[in-house]
Design a protein around this ligand. Structure first.
Ligand SMILES: NC(=O)c1ccc[n+]([C@@H]2O[C@H](COP(=O)([O-])OP(=O)(O)OC[C@H]3O[C@@H](n4cnc5c(N)ncnc54)[C@H](OP(=O)(O)O)[C@@H]3O)[C@@H](O)[C@H]2O)c1
Length: 312
């Protein structure tokens, strides 16, 4: 449990002693290029110092542009920002990992990454087509590479010094355990969907015991309604503590000991989602007692993106 403090400056240490991750992360899964630039700049202006990107989002160039603009405007240095991006499923073959990493780095306009994640444990047929499918629409998987082989190539990136830490996303505890046993460099971060309807308690406990940062995406349940954002328990607590439902969900997420990613797309939402305040113990208990169970993103089952937000 993270003690109530100023969440805006709270960080979690990474297990290789290579740095700290700010718990409040801004996610860049935004389909529109112009909206990516404005939302990223607004997030940085609001105070977010952790950016989550991915080759798959096809907007690393725009995130990089926004980041460079804010760095040039002064007041923030590159070292103040924690930047993550992710290796897509079509690049799991070991010989494709370094080129994919370098290409992401180039698009972001950066010299190093704080964190590089394997986006999903599913390897797709290698190539330029991000979502390769057969004529019946079935995904074309790549059975010729194992997750451990991809991980070994990720470890080499750390050895070369351009990537401080590595981790996994959309992985189950069953998938994580054997990798942790065989890894030379243990995963620093695991990024998965988590919110009161999908608390992932077992995975969280494993991460805490093994010094792995648990990074929750969809803390607002992707904003899908009905969902946690309009759950009656959350609404009642929000009214009682004088916060918005989004702020209540984000505070609960941090107070249970995870970092988070959220995607506010306006300046006002960025400030709202960054300026969160600790909830009292009884409110945390009430949220922990919510019984509804729902996963909003099916990517964890097939590797195929199960949720792409609508363009704005
Ligand atoms: N590893 C993976 O497979 C994976 C999958 C999905 C996401 N991610 C990462 O996680 C990040 C977080 O995305 P998410 O969709 O999971 O974030 P989220 O914060 O749970 O949901 C974002 C949605 O919530 C709404 N929202 C944001 N702030 C709000 C507020 N203050 N009040 C009410 N509604 C609000 C937004 O609405 P509007 O549309 O109105 O702005 C948006 O539709 C992504 O950007 C990406 O970096 C990773």
């Amino acid at each position: 449990m993270i003690e109530p403090s100023d969440f805006r400056t709270t960080t979690m240490p990474l297990n290789h002693g290579v740095g700290h991750m700010p718990v409040l992360g801004f996610g860049t899964l935004i389909p529109d290029a112009a909206a990516t630039i404005s939302a990223t700049r607004d997030a940085l202006k609001a105070g977010f110092r952790h950016l989550d990107c991915a080759e798959r989002y096809r907007n690393e160039r725009e995130v990089g542009e926004a980041l460079q603009a804010e760095l040039a405007a002064g007041g923030i240095a590159r070292e103040d920002i924690f930047v993550t991006t992710k290796l897509w499923n079509t690049n799991h073959r070991p010989e494709r990992v370094k080129p994919a990493f370098e290409a992401s780095l180039g698009r972001l306009g950066l010299k190093y990454l704080d964190l590089y994640l394997i986006h999903t444990p599913f390897a797709f047929q290698p190539g330029e087509q991000q979502d390769p499918r057969d004529q019946s629409g079935n995904i074309l998987y790549d059975r010729g590479v194992t997750l451990l082989e991809t991980w070994r190539a990720m470890e080499s990136l750390v050895d070369r010094g351009k990537c401080r830490a590595i981790g996994l996303s959309d992985i189950s505890l069953d998938g994580l355990l054997p990798l942790c046993e065989s890894a030379r460099i243990k995963p620093a971060v695991v990024q998965v969907e988590a919110h009161p309807y999908l608390p992932e308690t077992e995975l969280l406990e494993f991460c805490k015991t093994n010094d792995i940062v648990f990074l929750a995406f969809a803390p607002l349940g992707h904003g899908i309604r009905p969902g946690p954002i309009e759950d009656p328990v959350i609404s009642v607590i929000a009214a009682r503590v004088g916060q918005t439902p989004a702020q209540v969900l984000l505070a609960w997420t941090v107070q249970r000991g995870t970092a988070l990613l959220t995607t506010p797309r306006t300046a006002a939402r960025a400030r709202e989602n960054f300026d969160i305040t600790a909830l009292p113990e009884d409110a945390l208990d009430e949220i922990n007692r919510i019984q509804t169970r729902q996963r909003f993103n099916e990517v964890v089952k097939t590797g195929s993106p199960g949720f792409i937000p609508q363009g704005s």
